[in-house]
Design a protein around this ligand. Structure first.
Ligand code: LHQ
Length: 258
C-alpha cells in the first residue's frame, strides 16, 4: 500500500509512522485510518520498535470533523467497531515496544491513539484534551479503558467531564504519560529512546508486555505463574546468555533479539 496521509520509514530497527495532514492537525479520516493499520502491520513485521508521531504542530486532533453534516449522518457505531477498534487493538497488542512521540496537541481519538502505546513521550508544550464531550460525545477509541487505568477514576472523570486541556507536565505528574521533555531537543530525545529499545532484548520486551497486559485481570498467584512461564522462555534466549556474559565481562550487551 502506498501512503498519502502518513509517512512511513524503517531505519535501524525503528518503524516510524508520521501522521501527515498538518493542515488539519493530523485529524483521522478513513484513508488515514486504513493507512495506519497497514503501516502498523508493516512495522510489526520488520521493526524492533514502533514510533507514532505527527507532522507539523499537532500530534493528532482526533476524528476528522470535516463537514459536521456528513459526520452527523454517518454511522459512528460502525466506524468505531470496524475502523477504530481494530486500529487501537493493533497498537495495544503489538508485540514490539511502541512509543507515541507527542509533538503537540493530542485531542479526542488522537489522545486515545497516544494512550494505546506503551510509552508516551510528549514535548512540554503538548496538551492532551478529552475533547469528546465538547461535541456531545463520550470518549472512545479505547480511551475509557486506557485513561482510568493510567491515572485512576477521579482524574479520568475530571479530564473527561470538563474536557480541559491537560498539559504534558501535568500528564507526566499524573502518570498519564512517561515523560514531558523540553521542546528544544524533543526529537533527538525520543529518537534516542527509540534507538535504545530497538537495540534491546526484543524477546524479553515481548514477554514483559504480555505480563503487564494480563496483570489487571490476574490475582497474584496467576500472575506469578505467568511470570514463571514467560521467564522460562526468556531464560532460553540468546539475549539472556549475552546479557549475563556482558555483565561478567563489564561491557555493554549486544542483543540480537533472539
Ligand atoms: C480539524 C480538526 C478535526 C478536522 C482541527 N477535524 N479539522 C468521533 C466521531 C466519530 C467516531 C469516532 O470517534 C470520534 C472521536 C473523536 O475524536 S471526537 C473529537 C474530535 N476532535 C475534536 O473535537 C478536536 C477538534 N479540534 C480542536 O478542538 C482544536 O483544533 C484543537 C484544540 C485540537 C487545536 O486548537 P488550535 O490550536 O486553536 O487549532 P485550530 O482549531 O485553529 O485548528 C487548526 C486547523 O485544523 C483548523 O482548520 P483551518 O482551515 O481553520 O485552519 C481546524 O479546523 C483544523 N482541525 N481539528 N478534528
Amino acid at each position: 500500500m502506498s501512503y498519502s496521509k502518513l509517512l512511513y520509514t524503517f531505519e535501524n530497527g525503528v518503524g516510524l509512522i508520521t501522521l501527515n495532514r498538518p493542515e488539519a492537525l493530523n485529524a483521522l479520516d478513513a484513508q488515514m485510518r486504513a493507512e495506519l493499520r497497514d503501516a502498523i502491520g508493516r512495522a510489526t513485521a520488520e521493526a524492533r520498535v514502533l514510533v507514532l508521531t505527527g507532522a507539523g504542530r499537532a500530534f493528532c486532533a482526533g476524528q476528522d470533523l470535516g463537514s459536521g453534516q456528513s459526520l452527523a449522518q454517518s454511522d459512528l457505531e460502525r466506524l468505531l467497531r470496524e475502523e477504530y477498534a481494530p486500529l487501537i487493538t493493533a497498537i495495544a497488542t503489538c508485540p514490539l515496544p511502541t512509543i507515541a512521540a507527542v509533538n503537540g496537541v493530542a485531542a479526542g481519538a488522537g489522545a486515545s491513539l497516544a494512550l494505546a502505546t506503551d510509552v508516551v513521550i510528549a514535548t512540554e508544550s503538548a496538551r492532551f484534551i478529552q475533547a469528546f464531550t465538547r461535541i456531545g460525545l463520550i470518549p472512545d477509541a479505547g480511551g475509557t479503558h486506557a485513561l482510568p487505568r493510567r491515572v485512576g477514576t477521579a482524574r479520568a472523570m475530571g479530564a473527561m467531564l470538563f474536557g480541559e486541556a491537560v498539559s504534558a507536565r501535568q500528564a507526566a505528574e499524573w502518570g498519564m504519560i512517561w515523560e514531558a521533555v523540553p521542546d528544544e531537543g524533543f526529537t533527538p530525545h525520543w529518537q534516542a529512546r527509540a534507538a535504545q529499545l530497538a537495540s534491546g532484548p526484543a524477546r524479553a520486551y515481548r514477554a514483559l508486555k504480555e505480563a503487564l497486559r494480563a496483570s489487571p485481570g490476574n490475582d497474584l498467584e496467576s500472575q506469578m505463574q505467568l511470570e514463571a512461564h514467560l521467564q522460562g522462555d526468556c531464560a532460553r534466549s540468546e539475549d539472556f546468555r549475552e546479557g549475563v556474559l556482558a555483565f561478567l565481562e563489564k561491557r555493554p550487551p549486544d542483543f540480537s533479539g533472539r
